[in-house]
Design a binder for this molecule. Structure first.
Ligand code: PAF
Length: 283
């Protein structure tokens, strides 16, 4: 696996290599990321990953400084997975001057849920992804990028950005990798204490129960969502949201008909101790 740090070196390494299949990451790689790399290998001529902890998508009080950086282990995992090229820019390589031009995503999609609780998050994500796409797909004029469904809203925002800017990039979604007890794999799981780790699967369980209750129309949706939040809170969590949305646009189902028939997704975000976890379930 070749490792490059600058955009110029990346473009040079990609010249004449065909169409890249790209997996952007912030490092601290786990099985979820590696399964995205395996997917990427089936979708392009050269599998490219990036590792960059993007300051622009963290709020001042969030965990940018403490975000786990595990460079040696990440390189070994990517190498073992057959990744061909790793782009690992330093901050000065990607942001040589303050990034004053930014991508402002559609508020209807990006200011709800995660965007409501983490204002500016999707602007930071879209801005860095646009820059990474420009770096990775410059030589080939296009290719494929793989994003995990674990970050469901992020996947939808990126798809919409690609569509709105007519970017020559096919977005492929990778399924969420889970531990045996159902906990979605996440770099932030490493923050959990032993006891919190035992409780952490409660979020995916709560989403499963909410999805079942919503589909069977047991009670008005708002009531079911409130109950799900109360139940998690009673187990020591601080939930931001547990909600059922249309898969098409993440808006609330507008009718009983939609609740019983439409493709839906239950999404949740909640803090356990000082760790904020997110998860979702399509149904
Ligand atoms: O999902 C992530 O790890 C990040 O949001 C991404 C897409 C790499 C952008 O920094």
């Amino acid at each position: 696996m070749q490792i490059v740090h600058t955009i110029a070196d990346l473009r040079a390494a990609l010249a004449g290599q065909g169409r890249p299949a790209f997996v952007p990451t912030m490092g601290n790689l786990h099985e979820g990321h590696l399964s995205l790399v395996r997917t990427a290998r089936q979708h392009g001529d050269i599998a490219v990953a990036s590792i960059f902890v993007n300051r622009l998508q963290f709020l001042p009080h969030e965990d940018f400084d403490s975000y786990p950086r595990t460079w040696e282990a990440d390189c070994a995992k990517l190498q073992a997975e057959g990744c061909d090229l790793l782009f690992a820019p330093r901050e000065a390589d990607l942001y040589p001057e303050p990034q004053v031009f930014k991508i402002q995503p559609d508020a209807q999609l990006a200011d709800i849920l995660e965007g409501h609780f983490r204002p500016g998050f999707f602007t930071g994500v879209c801005t860095v992804v646009m820059k990474l796409f420009s770096a990775v797909f410059f030589a080939s004029g296009g290719g494929t990028a793989v994003f995990g469904k674990k970050d469901y809203q992020q996947l939808m925002v990126i798809r919409r950005m690609v569509q709105q800017f007519a970017l020559p990039v096919d977005i492929v979604a990778g399924d969420t990798a889970r531990a045996e007890d159902g906990l979605a794999l996440s770099s932030r799981n490493g923050y959990l204490s032993g006891q919190e780790r035992q409780q952490a699967m409660a979020l995916s369980q709560a989403l499963r129960q909410l999805a079942q209750a919503a589909r069977s129309g047991q009670a008005p949706l708002a009531e079911l969502e409130a109950r799900a939040m109360q139940s998690l809170a009673a187990q020591g969590w601080a939930p931001d949201y547990l909600t059922v949305r249309l898969r098409s646009d993440l808006q609330q189902p507008a009718s009983a008909q939609q609740l019983s028939d439409a493709p839906l997704v239950a999404l949740g975000a909640a803090r356990l101790g000082s760790t904020r976890l997110i998860d979702n379930l399509e149904f």
